[in-house]
Design a protein around this ligand. Structure first.
Ligand code: HEM
Length: 197
């Protein structure tokens, strides 16, 4: 690889690997602040699995925490293609709003907008009836290479936070999701009030 190529790869890793997990954690904390019943359930799960010990990598798999998806994927078309009635040419970047796909009642049922981790209790394939409609990490040859690492990192951080703090939204928080490139950000920040347990 050329030096320029290596620099580009490093930038991609930094952008693809840092903001994504950071935003996942921010939205998860906002949502757990809003839904104190789920925060209590998530904390119970963490305490049951780890008690007050530092979480270990193996046991993180026991946690059933799910992820707040980014909102768009942007695959590039490799060759002239036919997609239903569309004919995207090679090189076209297609914006795919996975957030809509993940909330579509025709795919997920009437409770599509409910947070319901139970729907994945028998695996993603069962929940999606085998259709490729759950794409938090993309799919196909360009699927995210950091998927396992990201989930490990996020679960570790959440487990450590839940063990030590309870949290609620500050009155200063304004709910304003805002799309920056492909990432949905809280436009005015995520002000939380943390209380040491
Ligand atoms: C919650 C965290 C993450 C999410 C939601 C996420 C999501 C995604 C998605 C949807 C894609 C496919 C993009 C496309 O269709 O073009 C992707 C690609 C990629 N991700 Fe992640 N990602 C996350 C974390 C990470 C981490 C931690 C790393 C590295 C340490 C990483 C490295 C990459 C790289 C290098 C690609 C490009 C793969 C390729 O084009 O062959 N990601 N990610």
């Amino acid at each position: 690889m050329t030096s320029e190529g290596v620099i580009q790869e490093c930038k991609l890793f930094f952008f693809a690997g840092h903001e994504t997990t950071a935003i996942l954690l921010v939205w998860t904390l906002i949502l757990l602040s809003k839904h104190s019943d789920w925060q209590a359930r998530a904390r119970d799960e963490v305490l049951q699995v780890f008690g007050n010990n530092i979480p270990d990598f193996e046991d993180l798999n026991w946690l059933k925490i799910t992820i707040y998806t980014r909102s768009y994927d942007f695959p590039e078309v490799n060759e002239d293609t036919k997609l239903g009635e569309l004919s995207p040419p090679a090189g076209m970047i297609v914006l795919m709003p996975s957030i809509l796909l993940h909330h579509d009642p025709s795919l997920w049922g009437d409770d599509a907008k409910e947070f319901n981790p139970e729907r994945f209790s028998e695996g993603v394939a069962k929940a999606t009836k085998g259709q490729p409609c759950f794409l938090p990490f993309g799919g196909g040859p360009r699927i995210c290479i950091g998927q396992n690492f990201a989930l490990l990192e996020a679960k570790m951080a959440l487990a450590l936070i839940l063990q030590r703090f309870s949290f609620v939204l500050s009155p200063l928080y304004t709910h304003a999701p805002y799309l920056f490139l492909t990432l949905l950000q809280p436009q005015y920040g995520a002000q939380l009030i943390m209380k040491k347990l």
